[in-house]
Design a protein around this ligand. Structure first.
Ligand code: DSN
Length: 429
């Protein structure tokens, strides 16, 4: 009897094909990436690095990892690359361990300004084991470099993160470099969200400005879940030991055997990212986001749109996420800078174009998508978050039930299914 899991995978495939995947950190990988990921390489243990493994039988695995490393170095034009980190958060942990001693100061963009948990957020290792200092965005939603400089001079960080997860503007690495140089900090770019855009030439490369780069491989880069750590010439000059420090942080510091099937799939996705067609894809991702943002009344210089819902009411992030999901559009609720409601019940949504662009959607399709989103958002008017904290949980439960019965959302869902079904998804028939 076939495993129950395959029935569930078929169910998820239907959702992925007939809905609009708009979480900006998600994408659809190619059939070849899927093949490598589902390969027999998962059977092998390979603690260590190529030529220096603890177990035997790693001749082929060594070739695969060396190939992935070479491709990463070529794609990003850097002298060193590491491909074993299981995903972005462990990779950031490895970088922090390589650069800092416990208790050292690390600085990153605050979570509520669009930063990442691992850049010094409360409850993350990055603030539990290190002294975290957060900088933020100003009223224009852009990074406040005056504040960043002031904080850096005061706290003398060992490491400064230049990276974001919910930030619709380009990053100015030159400004980060100036501040990092002033205080002697190691500058690390977390490009996870925008790596594809950097490869496509839409965003400037951080390579000339930073010491280390971390990128996940599954967002705009369109590979399997995973991460790559890169060291620049500047980084090697700053600390000639940095390569072995990163290796030691990965194993024995944090991980055991690498996921060889994942390494192979990363290599396949890097081969794809080196092709001219990938550049075209990345440019289209940004063009689509620009149009989508404009149609929704905001701006984007990236692959994502951070949409404030305050014009529709108070604390509507959850309600919008639920309503959009009922209509077949997947986004995530998100805080907006200066969040007027609460970090747990935020006032915005975050949505993006990488996955839709992979399916072949273009500007005219984004206008249609924005139209559906606006129609859905009309349905959450009047569903404002209660000001009384103890009423919020039950209120949102009731909202969910109500939205599941909403006829207008069902009509929109049927329209979206007809539309989305025409666009192919790799690996889904
Ligand atoms: N979860 C990722 C994102 O959605 O941006 C960050 O780790």
């Amino acid at each position: 009897m076939a495993s129950k899991v395959f029935k569930l995978i078929a169910e998820e495939a239907h959702r992925q094909k007939y809905g609009l995947e708009m979480i900006p950190s998600e994408n659809y990988v190619s059939e070849n990436v899927l093949k490598a990921l589902g390969s027999i390489l998962t059977n092998k243990y390979s603690e260590g690095f190529p030529g220096r493994r603890y177990y035997g039988g790693n001749e082929v695995i060594d070739k695969i990892e060396n190939y992935a490393v070479e491709l990463a170095k070529k794609l990003f034009k850097v002298p060193a690359a590491f491909v074993q980190a299981y995903s972005g958060s462990p990779a950031n942990q490895a970088v922090t361990m390589a650069v800092c001693e416990p208790g050292d100061v690390v600085m990153g963009l605050s979570l509520s300004s669009g930063g990442h948990l691992t850049h010094g957020a409360k409850l993350s290792f990055s603030s539990l084991f290190y002294k975290a200092v957060n900088y933020s965005v100003g009223e224009d939603w852009k990074i406040d470099f005056d504040e960043l400089e002031e904080l850096a001079k005061k706290h003398k960080p060992k490491l400064i993160w230049a990276g974001t997860t919910a930030y619709p503007f380009k990053l100015d690495y030159k400004k980060f470099k100036k501040i990092a140089d002033e205080v002697g900090a190691t500058l690390v770019a977390d490009c996870s969200h925008i790596t594809g855009l950097i490869i496509g030439g839409v965003h400037q490369s951080p390579v000339p400005y930073v010491d280390i780069i971390m990128t996940t491989t599954h967002k705009t880069l369109r590979g399997p879940r995973g991460a790559i750590i890169l060291v620049t010439e500047r980084g090697l000059k700053k600390d000639p030991e940095i390569k072995s420090k990163i290796e030691r942080a990965i194993i024995p510091g944090l991980q055991g055997g690498p996921h060889n099937h994942q390494t192979a799939a990363i290599a396949v996705s890097l081969e794809e990212a080196l092709k001219p067609s990938f550049k075209k894809y990345a440019v289209q991702v940004a063009e689509n986001a620009k149009i989508l943002a404009k149609e929704l009344g905001t701006v984007s210089e990236t692959h994502l749109v951070l949409l404030s819902l305050t014009k529709y009411g108070y604390g509507l992030g959850y309600q919008a996420q639920y309503a959009l999901e009922e209509a077949g559009i997947t986004v995530n609720k998100n805080t907006i800078p200066g969040e007027p409601a609460s970090p747990f019940y935020p006032s915005g949504i975050r949505l993006g174009t990488p996955a839709l662009t992979t399916r072949g959607m273009k500007e005219k399709d984004m206008v249609k998508v924005a139209g559906w989103i606006k129609r859905v958002l009309e349905e959450i008017k009047g569903l404002d978050l209660p000001k009384e904290q103890d009423k919020r949980k039950d209120f949102l439960k009731e909202v969910k039930v109500k939205l599941a019965k909403n006829k207008n959302l069902k009509t929109i869902k049927a329209e979206i299914e007809r539309f989305a079904g025409k666009f192919p998804v790799p690996g889904i028939r």
